[in-house]
Write a protein that binds this ligand. Structure first.
Ligand code: UDP
Length: 432
């Protein structure tokens, strides 16, 4: 197990950004948990949404008096191959895991638990993120754990879900971003629904005006004087980069000079499929000089992601499965209109036609791109509404508040009652 260092942050930065009532609710709740030791564990320290959340949530927990730390399991190529398949299966892939694959998965978790014990790692509560490390709590054989499911399990591969189900039952509580992700038949476990959030104070989300952003995009080879649509996402089959290219081809017939950027810096160590998807997408995009693919983490850093999210005319997130989709909230925060695939956490974030657009297929994606590129007044209105929706629902203090309540509940039931497993709608918490 490796400890992941994080940069300090302060709840006080949010004064004036979120409501005073949320700030005081956080400080009062945190007071009841002062000194409580929370250990977060996931598979990778960088790349993808979970690492993004923990880099801000952990120091924010520390700032309010919690003794929080973040650990990742040791990287292992074989394990990552299996755990990636597992991830795909939970999102609906029909493949099955062989008994050998399952043993690789369990053995790496067993080993990680042994290391944690040898290091003397202890916690009042373990917060275990995603399926890669789901079995860990069984082998740790220590204090209570909460499992946080970050993926879209709306239509999982049932065989694989059944394999994982006994490990889910080891947890005192389960957390998911949407009620429909909570696995059926988990009656023994208490379940809570709350979505992730973004940290507006990290460098990637620093205010960058449109002209500055366009200068960065010009340095990356795009023409700053022509329209740009972008998707900022790992190269992953569930993000449907092929559909984005198809939609661009249709839209370009009406929008002269349209450019497309697909941006996915390869930083996630647990994502062995990304190279394969990228190679396929490179071939699919052909020799069109106006399709720009970016995958090099030495080229695409925080400033560049910020520039794509702030300087594109439209952001696409055409996923077919999406646990939450931080990239959606990130672009909305930057007042850029977002077109999202009508699935998972994107449905939660976008009120169709008000804070963004939801699309079910490629032609509607293309048509919505054209509408937003031609009607700049509409684009601005959607951008403003998107920003306000993120301010109210998807900033880090709201997530901190939800975790604090969760911890109170899970440790000894001192907090407000756990949210019961809802039927169809997510329990969305508002800042105000
Ligand atoms: N991201 C990044 N650089 C890239 C592509 C994505 O920093 O080239 C970040 C993005 O800003 C977001 C996270 O990776 O914070 C992706 O999280 P999301 O929930 O959208 O998707 P996931 O990768 O977890 O499926």
């Amino acid at each position: 197990m490796l400890r992941v260092p994080t940069k300090e942050t302060e709840l006080a930065y949010y004064t004036g950004v979120i409501s005073d009532s949320l700030l005081s609710e956080i400080t009062q709740t945190a007071e009841r948990l002062r000194g409580c030791r929370i250990v977060h564990v996931n598979a990778t320290p960088a790349g993808g949404g979970v690492a993004e959340i923990l880099q801000s949530l952990v120091p924010l927990m520390c700032n309010v008096g919690i003794d929080a730390e973040w650990y990742v399991i040791e990287p292992d190529a074989d394990f990552f191959r299996v755990s990636k398949t597992l991830h795909h299966c939970l999102q609906g892939d029909g493949r099955n895991l062989s008994p050998e694959d399952i043993e690789i998965y369990l053995e790496h978790n067993r080993k990680s638990a042994c290391t944690a014990k040898a290091m003397g790692l202890a916690a009042d509560l373990w917060l275990i993120h995603d399926a890669q490390v789901l079995p860990l709590i069984r082998y740790l054989n220590s204090s209570p754990g909460v499992w946080v499911c970050h993926v879209d399990t709306t239509r999982p591969n049932e065989t694989v879900r059944e394999i994982l189900h006994p490990y889910m039952c080891d947890y005192r509580m389960l957390v998911a971003s949407m009620p429909e992700y909570l696995p059926a038949g988990n009656n023994s476990c208490r379940t809570v629904v709350f979505p992730p959030a973004i940290d507006p104070f990290i460098p990637k989300h620093r205010p960058l005006d449109f002209c500055q952003a366009r200068k960065v995009l010009a340095r990356l080879g795009l023409d700053p004087d022509r329209p740009i649509v972008s998707q900022v996402s790992r190269f992953d089959r569930w993000k449907d980069p092929w559909g984005v290219i198809d939609a661009y081809h249709i839209a370009r017939k009406e929008i002269t000079g349209l450019q497309l950027a697909l941006v996915g810096a390869m930083t996630a160590g647990d994502d062995p499929d990304a190279c394969e998807v990228l190679a396929d997408v490179q071939q699919y995009s052909g020799s069109d000089p106006d399709i720009h693919l970016f995958s090099d983490p030495f080229v695409i850093g925080d400033l560049e992601v910020n520039a794509f999210q702030s300087g594109s005319d439209v952001i696409i997130q055409k996923s077919t499965r999406e646990g939450f989709g931080l990239t959606v909230a990130e672009a909305m925060w930057k007042r850029t209109p977002v077109i999202g695939g009508n699935c998972g956490g994107i449905r939660l974030q976008i009120r169709n036609g008000e804070t963004g657009f939801l699309v079910d297929d490629t032609p509607s994606c293309a048509q919505t791109m054209v509408t937003l590129l031609q009607d700049r007044k509409l684009a601005r209105k959607i951008g403003e509404a998107g920003r306000e929706s993120v301010r109210q629902n998807y900033l880090m203090p709201r997530l901190l508040r939800d975790y604090l309540h969760l911890v109170l509940n899970a440790v000894d039931g001192r907090g407000p009652a756990a949210h019961p497993q809802p039927e169809t709608t997510a329990t969305v918490f508002s800042n105000n």
